[in-house]
Design a protein around this ligand. Structure first.
Ligand code: ADP
Length: 394
């Protein structure tokens, strides 16, 4: 026997019916897209959704898209929603094929350029009088890895296509807005018109999200309230957690499986704790990634560890990290790398999931990039990195 009634409801791809604590974001999206209702074809709407992993960006965009298409249908406007993950579809060409596929358009297997595929898509929309909202999820990857002309093409679509009726609108999901700062202003202005921020979830918000899943996925009364509270508290952003709903749901699921494995008819707080520490162990896989770093990126990680331990804070202005890095270089007797190179290392550390970056908010003079480690700066980590640095230096 299992405590789970329907495990698929805990699957990361499952789209729930309600989104507790994202109702306001759904409203903001509806407002952002009102032009499609009021004056279809007049403008190509662009909205950026930004926020950390597990803050509901993907699921909110999907639910919005479906609901919006449904809602405008009643007014006789045809809208299709298309969702493409740029981490999976890594080039402009693959992205355009994916869009065509989701519109159920068949494209000849070879010989066409991305531009030509887009033209076919546009003619199809024109013929059927359809508008399309395209979400480009994990758009950071596309921006970081594509040639400027591809970025230019996709975001400036209507300068290229020279058509009167604008049928394509976008939602760009960008984890880290600093990615935009490296872009040309004209391109940036086509992306960042309307920015909706998704904050990390607080513990009471995670609690509500988890309770919904408990009802859908588990048999009545098989999950103790303490277990749900424990998971929400450990992950709640207001309690020092990452505010990540994905990780919270994953922990709930694993707790259920552990309860099953132990033959327990109820998921207790002990099961939740075990699940949590097992997932933390998985996070240690990230540590393996550290093994592949060269000396200078490693020194940047060490600089962040030093600062975290010294100042008991989580994130630091990039300038402070660089100062600490230079100090470390001096100690080791190596020449520090130049600023631009350091920037490039940070970008790579971010792509590897080792550091996070964010913009400083109000209250700090000027705006600056803040860096943080994606894992706690524990003593073990410090020892490990110090050992690796020693090895790299020789
Ligand atoms: P992101 O795209 O920001 O990384 P996702 O949209 O993939 O986050 O959400 C991660 C997981 O958490 C998904 O399983 C999603 O269904 C769930 N989730 C996130 N926010 C909510 C919410 N407000 N209510 C219910 N489930 C949520």
């Amino acid at each position: 026997p299992s405590v789970l009634k329907d495990g698929s409801k805990l699957n990361p791809d499952y789209i729930p019916e309600r989104l507790p604590h994202r109702e306001d974001k759904l409203k903001e999206l509806t407002i952002a897209f009102r032009d499609i209702v009021n004056d279809p074809g007049k403008s190509s709407v662009r909205v950026v959704i930004t926020g950390r992993t597990g803050t509901g960006k993907t699921v909110t965009a999907r639910i919005f898209g479906k609901a919006f298409a449904e809602q405008v249908k009643n007014r006789g406007i045809k809208v299709e929603y298309v969702h493409v993950n740029c981490h999976r579809e890594r080039t402009l060409y693959l992205i355009t094929l994916k869009i065509a596929e989701q519109l159920k358009l068949s494209i000849p297997p070879r010989g066409l350029s991305s531009q030509e595929v887009f033209k076919i898509i546009h003619e199809y929309l024109e013929r059927r009088n359809i508008y399309v909202i395209i979400t480009l999820d994990e758009f950071d990857y596309f921006l970081n890895s594509s040639p400027p002309e591809d970025i230019y093409f996709i975001v400036r679509l209507y300068d290229e296509l020279a058509v009167n009726v604008k049928r394509v609108s976008y939602i760009f999901i960008i984890r880290d807005l600093t990615t935009l700062s490296s872009l040309d202003k004209t391109v940036r202005d086509h992306i960042a018109r309307d920015i909706i921020e998704f904050p990390p979830y607080k513990s009471n918000e995670l609690y509500d999200i988890l309770q919904d899943r408990v009802k859908m996925a588990f048999y009545d009364g098989t999950v103790s309230d303490d277990a749900v509270k424990f998971i929400s508290d450990i992950n709640g952003f207001d309690k020092g957690g990452s505010g990540n709903a994905r990780l919270s749901i994953e922990t709930l699921e694993l707790a259920g499986r552990i309860a099953d494995a132990e033959g327990s008819p109820i998921v207790t707080v002990e099961h939740a704790k075990k699940a949590n520490s097992r997932l933390n162990e998985e996070a240690s896989i990230i540590l393996d990634e550290l093994n592949y770093l060269e000396l200078h990126p490693m020194l940047l990680v060490k600089a962040l560890i030093n600062l975290s331990k010294r100042e008991k804070k989580e994130s630091f202005p990039i300038g402070e990290v660089e100062d600490e890095y230079s100090r470390l270089c001096e100690l080791l007797g190596v020449e520090p790398r130049r600023h631009t190179q350091v920037f490039e290392y940070m970008r790579r550390l971010k792509l590897m999931g080792i550091i996070n970056t964010q913009q400083s908010g109000k209250g700090m003079r000027g705006r600056t990039t803040l860096l943080s480690l994606t894992f706690p700066a524990s003593q073990e980590l410090d020892d490990y990195v110090t050992k690796l640095i020693g090895a790299l230096k020789n």
